[in-house]
Design a binder for this molecule. Structure first.
Ligand code: CA
Length: 227
């Protein structure tokens, strides 16, 4: 995943300009000239971030974003959308495509890079190796959790569970979704295993007053709510 960015843009000039600027800024850039081509590329290892042009031939950028948000594999991918002037950003926002940020063309590569870095800091990327949310801090490289600066011991499954929660605050996950994302699709685990590990995670967080962040969503599963 590292610093890979997928640029989805049908205009070759803009793709080349982005490739040049982003590469210079230390990103590794892949390109797609359509949503369909992007979907094929996203079947494999995921990039750290997507830059999506709104107006694409065939499937639009908005539709692509919606599709990616619905798919477990790509649901939490950070995305920035590029729009042309005249494509009203407010209207775009109301589409609720799950976009993390927007930029109106023409834009400066500098601004895009600043927004990308801000977004990657928010979503926690391997480039920083740290996800922070309220008093919780996960060091992904060292596999360590701290709460209010105090180191807290946590099991490997609880760590992965917490990582998923912290990357997706306020999102309700069904048990089956948690199984897919934390245990993987290839392993058969019963849904009540999820409850066991959520309970353990809460026990781990309880002495630090952070157990209430993991909320039960009746009839669905669980949600991480640090507010
Ligand atoms: Ca376009």
């Amino acid at each position: 995943m590292d610093n890979k960015v997928l640029v989805i843009e049908d205009e070759q000039e803009i793709r080349e300009m982005l490739n040049f600027s982003l590469t210079r800024a230390g990103f590794s850039v892949c390109e797609a000239d359509s949503a369909e081509s992007a979907l094929r590329q996203l079947d494999g290892p995921l990039p750290a971030l997507l830059i999506i042009d709104w107006m694409l031939p065939g499937m639009s950028g908005v539709e692509l974003a919606r599709r990616l948000r619905r798919d477990e594999h790509t649901a939490s991918l950070p995305m920035i959308m590029l729009t042309a002037r005249g494509e009203e950003t407010d209207k775009l926002k109301s589409f609720d495509s799950g976009m993390d940020d927007y930029l109106t063309k023409p834009f400066s590569p500098k601004e895009l890079i600043a927004r990308m870095k801000a977004l990657l800091r928010r979503t926690g990327t391997p480039d920083s190796g740290v996800i922070a949310c309220g008093p919780l801090r996960l060091d992904l490289k060292a596999h360590k959790l701290s709460v209010d600066g105090q180191a807290v011991k946590v099991g490997p499954t609880e760590f992965r569970l917490l990582e998923l929660f912290m990357r997706n605050p306020e999102r309700a996950f069904a048990r089956a979704q948690l199984l897919d994302r934390v245990w993987g699709r290839s392993i058969y685990v019963e849904e009540r295993t999820v409850d066991v590990h959520v309970l353990r995670l809460r026990k781990t967080l309880k002495p630090h007053g952070a157990d209430q962040f993991i909320q039960t969503v009746r009839g669905v599963g669980y949600r991480f709510s640090p507010a």
